[in-house]
Every structure is written in structure tokens, then in C-alpha cells.
Design a protein around this ligand. Structure first.
Ligand code: NAP
Length: 249
């Protein structure tokens, strides 16, 4: 009997959860617990960290998990590294379901940086109006460049912010290019800072930036150890089937 663990918190994980539920396969969906109201899933849900790679290995063994699908965000590198370590230790088949990264198109004005720290360093200098589209968890890092006026788009209303000059928009994707263009014009944005998350739901800001001729500071993805990576649900179902999971439908 198979019993999957889906490491979630993404659109890809949600789509996989639906497909797995439709197939009648036993599975658990895991959230880190970062947002106030996690989206309901058609599978049993658990919330919170496992306690590092050892904790995850223990969870896999105690719950007789047979396969792990790491469908976390491409920037959730710690979780992905832990999954590789724990699955290696427990000899549990692991696959990553992730989205292809964004690539620049004609007219894009992207400057690449390898990580958040490099993005923060790039922001030294004269004040600008910056659309800081990096999510809530990395705002602290940008407190080192308080001279800018930041536009933040966050999933939940923040309780306190580490940036002295900012406007906050509380919104959940997917976003549309027209809306993002209007948002960026309204806020006189001069620079967009973005993680290379990939996918369609958050691409709108990049398309809007290109149309408006606004430069983008693009934070490249963290580099992970070698692992099997798939980019859509059908591929994930094929992988599960070839890895011994009995697909019911
Ligand atoms: P991270 O830095 O890689 O993970 C830090 C710790 O959070 C992990 O070591 C693990 O704790 C716990 N964790 C992360 N994902 C988990 C999951 N799905 N289930 C249970 N525990 C989890 O991850 P992060 O960047 O904070 O992202 C947290 C969650 O938000 C992920 O589920 C990710 O898919 C989602 N998300 C992240 C981003 C982003 O930009 N980073 C964007 C959208 C959504 P233990 O070591 O205690 O197990």
C-alpha cells in the first residue's frame, strides 16, 4: 500500500493534491504553517516543520510514508535539502515537482543576482521607488537599505514592518499584467525586485515592467543537490506509477 507525503504550499502542490485525491491514493499534504489561513485540500493536511532532516526521516518512518513529492516553492531550499537527506536516509523515493524558471524576453531589463544578500547590496545608493516582490520572510534583509520607498505585496496584513518607507498591498495571486502595470504606474515604481519563482501567477509584474521599461533585479534560484525534477502533474503521476504506486483511475 502506498502512502505519499506531499510537501506543499504552492500551486503545483495544490494541483497534485487534487489529482492524487481523484486517483484515490493515500496521501498527506504538508504545510509549513506560514500563512494565516492555509487553503483547504482534498487530502489530510498536517501543518508545521518536521524538526530538520532527522525529524522528517522520523515522520516518514512513523507514518509509513512510501513516496515523497517535494512540491515546495523553488526558494524553499532548506525544506528541499532536508527532503533529499531524509529520503536518502530512509531509502524513500523522492521527486520534486517544480516550475520552470522565468527567462528574459526581448525588451526585459533584468539584472541577475545570486541571492537575497546580493540583491540587498545592489540596492545601496540613491533612494528609489522599489516594488519589492520577495514575500514577507525576507523583508528584514532589506532593512539594511532603508533609503528607498518600497511597495510590498503580501498575502496577509503585516503586524509590523522593518522598512520605514513603504506601501503595502495585501493580495493573493494570480495577478494580471494590466493590473500590475496600473499598480506600478500608480506607485511610480522605478525598479522591481523579484525572486525567480517561475510559473504564471506571478509573472505579470515582469511583463508589466517590460512594457513600462522598468528594470528588474532578478534573484536567481538557490542551487540544490542533484534530484529528479518534474514540471507538471501528469509527469508526477507517471513517476508515481513507475515507482510502484497503484493509480486507481
Ligand atoms: P524553507 O526555508 O526551505 O524551510 C524552512 C523550514 O520550514 C524547513 O526546514 C521546515 O522545517 C519548514 N517547512 C518548509 N516547508 C514545509 C512544508 N511544506 N511542510 C512542513 N514544513 C515545512 O521554506 P520557506 O521558504 O520558509 O517556505 C515555507 C513554505 O512556504 C513552503 O511550504 C513553501 O512551499 C511555501 N512558499 C515559499 C515561498 C518562498 O519564496 N520561499 C513562496 C511561496 C510559498 P523543519 O526543518 O522543522 O522541518
Amino acid at each position: 500500500m502506498s502512502n505519499l507525503l506531499i510537501l506543499g504550499g504552492t500551486t503545483e502542490a495544490n494541483a497534485l493534491a487534487k489529482a492524487i485525491s481523484d486517483q484515490g491514493i493515500a496521501a498527506v499534504y504538508s504545510y509549513a504553517g506560514r500563512v494565516e489561513t492555509p487553503r483547504p485540500q482534498p487530502l489530510p493536511v498536517r501543518i508545521g516543520g518536521f524538526g530538520g532532516p532527522d525529524g522528517l526521516a522520523g515522520y516518514i518512518q512513523q507514518n509509513a510514508i512510501t513516496h515523497v513529492v517535494d512540491a515546495t516553492h523553488p526558494f524553499a531550499a532548506q525544506m528541499s535539502r532536508n527532503a533529499i537527506t531524509a529520503c536518502t536516509a530512509t531509502k524513500t523515493p523522492l521527486v520534486a515537482l517544480t516550475r520552470p524558471e522565468w527567462t528574459a524576453r526581448a525588451g526585459d531589463r533584468w539584472r541577475h543576482v545570486p541571492d537575497i544578500a546580493a540583491a540587498v547590496r545592489e540596492l545601496s545608493g540613491a533612494p528609489h521607488r522599489v516594488f519589492l516582490a520577495v514575500g514577507r520572510m525576507h523583508l528584514e534583509d532589506f532593512a539594511a537599505q532603508p533609503q528607498h520607498h518600497y511597495l510590498l505585496r503580501l498575502v496577509d496584513e503585516p503586524s509590523a514592518l522593518p522598512l520605514p518607507n513603504c506601501d503595502v498591498v495585501v493580495a493573493k495571486g494570480p495577478f494580471a499584467e494590466d493590473d500590475d502595470r496600473a499598480l506600478m504606474k500608480r506607485h511610480d515604481i522605478e525598479l522591481v525586485v523579484s525572486k525567480n519563482a517561475g510559473g504564471s501567477g506571478a509573472r505579470a509584474k515582469l511583463d508589466a515592467a517590460r512594457t513600462l521599461g522598468i528594470p528588474v533585479l532578478m534573484i536567481d534560484r538557490p542551487v540544490l543537490p542533484q534530484r529528479t525534477e518534474l514540471t507538471n502533474v501528469v509527469q508526477a503521476l507517471d513517476w508515481l506509477s513507475h515507482s510502484g504506486v497503484n493509480l486507481g483511475v
